[in-house]
Design a protein around this ligand. Structure first.
Ligand SMILES: NC(=O)c1ccc[n+]([C@@H]2O[C@H](COP(=O)([O-])OP(=O)(O)OC[C@H]3O[C@@H](n4cnc5c(N)ncnc54)[C@H](O)[C@@H]3O)[C@@H](O)[C@H]2O)c1
Length: 340
């Protein structure tokens, strides 16, 4: 029988790509999602891609009754927890929402897992836990110092996990700190579908290319980087999804807690990304330079060594591929997923 993996937030951006890779690797993913930031039609797309529609339970990760049902009705062996909110700006305006969903949600889930004797957990953390340490290349031992509520919420869950594994060493936990996920499945069937104005660069650029938005605003061109614009370690979402499969496999071999950065080890400036996207789409991306945005860091990227050693994983897809796949998704789905 295929191994059942509970994927919370499995209809979201990273979750849906991971569900596809799980199915293709022979796992049986079961999705728990409340559709607060995703659409039901993702499921049909996953079926088109893999030939299999994963089982879905609709509900909130904080709802104990829903979790009882999930764990009673299935033989779950591990949980990947993508469910959460991810917008830095919103986390500053609504901290209670962020701490409730991201922190309380993870704790309720862990408590229920323990009750049902399930002790394998993969957690979506973020490079935002590092804050602004004063240098660009982040290893897993870079001190943690988040500078916004979103980053704090990820740090808090990490802290809970560190203490849990210390007290109960039979847990197997992977904390994965993502750098900047972008791109889409190369089929063009699934991708990132932000509601409203995209908060992230790549979806904004692709909406400009497709004519949905007039121009890009670039926040600052006087940073100490190659061309003055901010630089990030963009990682193709399919590479990131494969990182989760590698983490599940690593948990079979390692007891306790592993903490790994998932990025490429390269960085790309805003202008470099714009030019790569122009090449991929054969469109011009009009832009204007505006003031720096408070809280933005000039540049960062990961040292990918530990991911290679611990997970036997490294990113394979470069920035051109990230742009090509984003563009294919955007062209095939100019309005994103159909409304439910
Ligand atoms: N995308 C990024 O840039 C990025 C970077 C670092 C870390 N992360 C983390 O990775 C995870 C997935 O991110 P994503 O980009 O796929 O986001 P997403 O918003 O596309 O996916 C999150 C999914 O969780 C669901 N969800 C939200 N709250 C829920 C709740 N209380 N109960 C059940 N389901 C709920 C949403 O409906 C959505 O389908 C998040 O935890 C995010 O913080 C994302």
């Amino acid at each position: 029988m295929e191994t059942q993996i509970l994927v919370t937030g499995g209809t979201g951006y990273i979750g849906s790509h991971t569900v596809v890779e799980l199915i293709q690797a022979g796992y049986d993913p079961i999705i728990l999602d409340n559709f607060s930031n995703s659409k039901r039609s993702v499921l049909e797309q996953i079926k088109k891609l893999t030939g299999k529609e994963p089982k879905l339970i609709e509900g909130d990760i904080r709802n104990e009754k829903v979790l009882d049902r999930v764990f009673q009705e299935n033989k779950i062996e591990a949980v990947i927890n993508f469910a959460g909110r991810k917008a830095v700006g919103e986390s500053q305006v609504n901290p209670l929402l962020y701490f409730s969903i991201n922190v309380e949600g993870s704790i309720v889930l862990l408590r229920k897992m323990k009750e049902y004797g399930i002790k394998r957990f993969v957690f979506s953390s973020s490079a935002t836990v590092y804050g602004d340490p004063g240098y660009d290349c982040f290893t897993e031992s870079t001190p943690l110092s988040p500078i916004n509520n979103y980053g704090e919420s990820k740090w808090m869950v990490e802290e809970v996990l560190r203490r849990l594994v210390q007290a109960e060493p039979d847990w197997k936990v992977a904390i994965l700190r993502y750098f900047n996920p972008v791109g889409a499945h190369e089929s063009g069937l699934i991708g990132e579908d932000p509601s409203g104005i995209p908060a992230n660069l790549m979806p904004f650029v692709s909406q400009v290319a497709v004519g949905k938005r007039e121009k890009l605003r670039i926040f600052g061109n006087d940073y100490p980087t190659r061309d003055g614009t901010g630089a990030r370690d963009y990682i193709h979402v399919v590479d990131l999804a494969l990182g989760h499969i590698a983490a599940l496999e690593a948990l079979n071999k390692n007891d306790g807690l592993i903490t790994v950065n998932l990025g490429t080890g390269n960085n790309t400036t805003v202008l470099e990304l714009v030019h790569a996207f122009e090449k991929a789409s054969d469109k011009q991306i009009p832009y204007e330079i505006v003031e720096r945005r408070p809280g933005d860091v000039a540049a960062y990227y990961t040292d990918p060594t530990l991911a290679k050693t611990l997970l036997n994983w490294e990113a394979q897809r470069d920035i051109n591929k990230m742009c090509e796949d984003t563009w294919r998704w955007q062209q095939m789905n100019p309005q994103g997923y159909p409304e439910d």
